[in-house]
Ligand binder design. Structure first.
Ligand code: PLP
Length: 402
């Protein structure tokens, strides 16, 4: 497949590095390569650029520069936040999270559960929404941390994390949000919130893969994950990944400057695709379509077919999208998000996520609307399920019990 012809609608998986970002990073590989911790002028010069990038990231979040810790990725930020909360409150043994978190939170909680911690995973409704009454009931004096994502990576559904943070604080628990899918896509202003920690990842907002941030509110108890040197004010050891931090700073600056305009643009593309497909294909449902969502994301289920088959056939046409399914022991399981939302089994297997960026065009959307209905028709024609027969292997796809 010719990469020039790619129609890339998988921007929640990762994004193209913006040309302005790549350009800003370039000198920090070959010319400005000093170690920012060095005493000499050459390192000190780099430190100034690092400080500037930190301020830009802080500005995007409505935070102050001292509250920004650079990490290697969103996953490291999530792990750091959870472990830190447990070390900060060693007598507390309970965590509250949701059933639809990214594995970066989900699997840490699973591990901790096996170590003897108690984990409460809040349910979502049919549109993927949380009920904050469930949160109020779940928090106990033993709760060290509440971790709730800002926006879901599969459906784009946005959670009311500011209110959730207020509830958590009032009940004496720290609050962390995995905002990897939200930062750069919706306005965030942490200043007057009770959010103690927030994770973000550069590669979701046109910076490179392998750079992340953990925001830690001034005054919040914090215990570092990585020990070693005194970098990041002793909160994250290891020589800073200077070129990538510079890139993230530039990406944050661009996101803040262009967010309103870009949101309107990607939302129009998203809605065009969604409406076009709903009109052109029978038996489809938009998962989370009734909830508040990220402007760039839609998750559409096509009844009676496997999402993976759709993805393969789209890929043959140069169209990149994604499904949340995981192939385990030979059976394709619907994603934990679809199962938690109670999406009917006949639909849950055939869910496809389309996620946009400012680099997409109307022509690309129209190409998908042209190609996809024929793909669905072909797959339904050979589907053993489409004539109403029961789904083979249904038992293997029983809902997870998180
Ligand atoms: N959290 C969410 C919601 C994500 O979507 C992702 C990546 O897909 C991550 C965490 C992990 O981020 P990273 O790839 O930087 O480790």
């Amino acid at each position: 497949m010719n990469n020039d012809k790619v129609i890339y609608l998988d921007n929640n998986a990762t994004t193209r590095v913006a040309p302005e970002v790549a350009e800003e990073m370039r000198p920090f590989f070959t010319e400005l390569y000093g170690n920012p911790s060095s005493m000499h002028f050459f390192g000190g010069g780099v430190q100034k650029h690092l400080d500037s990038a930190r301020r830009k990231v802080a500005e995007l979040l409505g935070a102050s520069a001292e509250e920004i810790i650079f990490t290697s990725c969103g996953t490291e930020s999530d792990s750091t936040a959870i472990w830190s909360a447990l070390r900060a409150y060693p007598d507390k043994k309970h965590i509250v999270t949701t059933k639809v978190e990214h594995p970066g939170v989900l699997n840490v909680c699973k591990f901790l559960e096996a170590q003897g911690y108690r984990v409460t995973s809040l349910p979502v409704d049919g549109e993927g929404r949380l009920n904050l009454e469930d949160l109020k009931i779940a928090i106990t004096p033993d709760t060290a941390l509440v971790s709730i994502m800002w926006a879901n990576n599969e459906t784009g559904v946005v959670f009311p994390v500011e209110e959730a943070a207020r509830i958590s604080h009032a009940k004496g628990a720290l609050f962390h949000t995995d905002a990897v899918q939200a930062v750069g896509k919706i306005p965030i202003n942490l200043k007057d919130t009770k959010i103690d920690m927030l994770s973000l990842s550069g590669h979701k907002l046109h910076a490179p893969k392998g750079i992340g941030v953990l925001y830690v509110k001034k005054g919040a108890r914090f215990s570092p994950f990585m020990l070693g040197g005194h970098q990041e004010r002793g909160r994250r050891a290891g020589t800073e990944n200077v070129p990538y931090i510079i890139g993230l700073g530039k990406a944050a600056e661009l996101a803040l400057k262009n967010m309103e305009k870009e949101n309107a643009y990607v939302k129009a593309l998203r809605d065009r695709l969604q409406e076009g497909l709903v009109k052109a294909v029978r038996n489809v449902r938009v998962n989370g379509g009734g909830a508040e969502r990220l402007p760039n994301t839609t998750n559409i289920s096509f009844e009676y077919i496997e999402g993976e088959s759709i993805l393969i056939m789209l890929s043959e046409k140069g169209i990149c999208a994604s499904s949340g399914s995981a192939c385990t022991s030979g059976s394709l399981e619907p994603s934990h998000v679809m199962l938690s939302m109670g999406v009917p089994q006949t639909y849950a297997h055939g869910s496809i996520r389309f996620s946009f960026s400012v680099y997409n065009t109307e022509e690309e959307v129209d190409a998908v609307i042209r190609e996809l209905p024929a793909i669905i028709d072909r797959l339904r024609a050979i589907s053993p399920f489409a004539d109403g027969k029961p789904l083979f292997g249904m038992e293997a796809c029983a809902p997870h019990k998180h």
